[in-house]
Design a protein around this ligand. Sequence first.
Ligand code: TXA
Ligand code: MG
Length: 318
Amino acid sequence: MVVQEKIERAVSILREGGLVAFPTETVYGLGADARNPDALHKIFIAKQRPVDHPLIVHIADVADLSQWAREIPDAALKLAKAFWPGPLTMIFKKQPDVLGLVTGEQDTVGLRIPQHPVAQALLKSFGGGLAAPSANRFGRISPTTALSVDEELEETVDCILEGGQCEVGVESTIVDVSGDEVTILRPGMITAQQIEEVLQQPVANARKNAPRVSGSMESHYAPQTPVELIQPSDVQQFMMDIALVDLPLAILTYDQIPLKCVGVEWISMSDDAKQYAHDLYLMLRELDKKGLRKIIIERVPATSEWDAVRDRLQRAAS
Ligand code: TXA
Ligand code: MG
């Protein structure tokens, strides 16, 4: 099938209330018609996700914003202009007819315009909003390839659209524009600094007081193999102290000279935050299949460009 035929087939599945996994530039999403309660229920079943966790609605164009958001503050328009389509989700006050299943019965709705050409084509052909969480089981690592989606969800999804490996590799930055203060709920590749530059004002970071963001729960985005974080300055010592009971293990570093040790898989990640993010989830998935005792990960820098990666590593380790 050519791409357009696949898109048309996916659209007809969505119209009938089915689930379509599709690529975005961040991670693959598990899409359903955001106006169809039966379809939305299927998402929660496929992901084994608690129903009070809200979903992001993906739309094709800023012109569709007012169908979902009842107030569109100036700050949101500025961010939309700067970053949409792209890896940004904004939380708005919702229109009254947005389903409670989408919003976790809250008065707000998360909206995103993704940039991936397959996502764009799907949204344009579908013509409505697609509720789409990451296409993984609840609490697990988001998929960044179509194959990973298949491994996660198997027969619970009606169609998986292929779109290559996701360019960004970690989930979108979530910014709450529904209150008096603009607040970052989840760090992503669009950094706090970039957002502040566009808005010309400081933004808050609400990691701690946003319990309804499922991605903000400590143990999330986690492989099944135990993950431990270590300081860069401790890597050498760690290698000298490895105990037999810890083997086999893998160690992910980004600024160390590789060391050889039987039973240790040494992985040199990029020292560029964007490339590191792009590679991270697929690497963790591969390591997770190897029956390792542990995955040791060297802590990444404390700078703004590393916020998203640092956040996901923290969660993977908790
Ligand atoms: O990059 C992404 O954002 C991917 C792609 C597929 O778009 N989607 C994604 O969805 O990561 P999900 O459901 O795995 O994570 C979305 C997060 C959840 O933690 C959810 O709680 C939060 O967004 N969220 C959605 N609507 C919200 C709302 N109204 N208020 C607060 N948080 C909200
Ligand atoms: Mg998710």
